[in-house]
Design a protein around this ligand. Structure first.
Ligand SMILES: Cc1cc2nc3c(=O)[nH]c(=O)nc-3n(C[C@H](O)[C@H](O)[C@H](O)COP(=O)(O)OP(=O)(O)OC[C@H]3O[C@@H](n4cnc5c(N)ncnc54)[C@H](O)[C@@H]3O)c2cc1C
Length: 363
């Protein structure tokens, strides 16, 4: 009988990177394969995390438990590095009407918002805030590209730089063979490219293209600001990242003039000093309509897993969800039901069965 203790992880974006750091901590053997696609979601990510959903001034899904684990995970990674890649920091939200100020202050009196929200009579140079500055604690920023670069170097002995070809994956006893190696399981962290994965593309995708711009301005005092867009300090004097746009069901990977204009207008509403745009990036977020993660084991082929779909909250979600996923692999933890792909089996799995039946009929 074929035996292996090793997992193969497909994709070293943010999700795959966080997962393999957790594997290392827990002493689990793995290889990781990545094709270094330049327009992956992670390559354009702003790297911010905060617990709020501003539209209703409510908490994002499981925000507190996710953020607490994220902070401790990124702080522990930091100890392995010379240059910091993560910092916790207050987010500032300029309040622009008396009504907004009233709503904000009412929320501040409710639990758990009394721990999260505040208000400061603070003037940030160059920022319009006629009704004060709302503050959001439990927030932070990951320098995503630096984190990915460090991870790539740190795990260079396990990293295979290549395109993973799904057709080369074969079941052998209890294991999966990929080329010359046997694996206990294969975990797909392919980001939006899961739409090309024949085992998991039955899951309902609704991808979101996003773009960011990089600006230079002597104002803003290195503060993280959120108001219609996020504006966060970058490495390099007076440089800030501004994001993001959302275009549903878009798969074009190019940067566009309309996204640049949209972001420029948003900055102009918040910032009253001149700024210069010096760069623009785009990427595609792995998202689906219910905006919840896609995690779990293939309903038919045991040993094939997906760890994906964390969308615009990947920085915040990946640490807790990867830890829980490892517990699931070891048989002692359940995946949150809202994140488990089993929620889509009844409605969508027939697409995979039809695909497989068609494939078999052609053999
Ligand atoms: C403009 C923008 C701003 C964003 N800002 C934030 C933010 O501030 N905070 C936040 O939390 N999230 C943000 N996001 C979302 C976040 O960046 C993504 O959701 C997240 O990075 C997705 O990570 P992932 O690892 O799941 O996928 P990806 O980043 O797409 O990584 C998948 C990796 O797998 C590789 N791969 C795929 N298929 C194969 C294959 N067959 N063979 C080999 N390799 C393969 C790819 O090359 C890639 O390296 C933003 C996204 C965009 C576009």
């Amino acid at each position: 009988m074929s035996v292996s203790d090793k997992y193969l992880v497909v994709g070293q974006g943010l999700a795959g990177s966080v997962l393999i750091h957790q594997f290392q901590v827990q002493g689990i053997a793995f290889d990781i394969i990545d094709n270094h696609h330049e327009k992956s979601g992670s390559m354009a990510a702003g790297g911010i995390m905060h617990p709020m959903s501003f539209r209703r001034l409510s908490l994002a899904w499981r925000a507190i438990e996710l953020i607490e684990e994220a902070i401790s995970f990124y702080e522990s990674i930091q100890t392995k590095l010379e240059d910091p890649v993560f910092q916790t920091s207050t987010f500032y939200r300029p309040l622009i009407s008396i009504e907004e100020q009233n709503n904000w202050m009412a929320r501040m009196n409710e639990s758990p918002f009394d721990e999260i929200l505040g208000v400061e009579d603070l003037n940030i140079e160059g920022v319009n805030a006629p009704f004060g500055m709302g503050t959001i604690n439990y927030s932070g920023r990951l320098e995503v590209q630096d984190f990915l670069h460090f991870t790539k170097k740190h795990f260079k002995d396990q990293l295979i730089s290549d395109q993973f070809k799904h057709d080369d994956l074969l079941k052998e006893g209890d294991c999966w063979r990929y080329k010359e190696k046997l694996y206990k399981g294969v975990i797909f962290c392919e980001g939006y490219q899961f739409i090309y994965n024949p085992y998991f593309n039955y899951l309902p995708s609704n991808l979101t293209k996003g773009e960011i711009i990089e600006i230079n301005t002597p104002a803003l005092e290195q503060k993280m600001i959120s108001r219609g867009c996020f504006i966060v300090p970058q490495k390099g004097k007076d440089n800030y990242l501004v994001g993001s746009t959302y275009r549903w069901n878009a798969v074009s990977e190019e940067t566009t003039i309309d996204a640049r204009e949209e972001l420029k207008e948003k900055v102009e509403k918040v910032v009253n000093t001149p700024f210069k745009i010096y760069n623009q990036l785009s990427g595609i977020r792995p998202t689906i309509s219910d905006r919840k993660p896609l995690i779990g084991e293939h309903p038919k082929h045991s040993g094939l897993y997906i760890f994906n779909g964390m969308g615009s909250k990947t920085v915040m979600m990946a640490p807790k969800l990867s830890d829980q996923f490892i517990g699931f692999l070891q048989g002692n933890e359940e995946i949150f039901p809202e994140a488990n792909i089993s929620r889509h089996t009844k409605k969508h799995f027939h697409k995979f069965e039809a695909y497989e039946a068609d494939k078999m009929s052609k053999l």
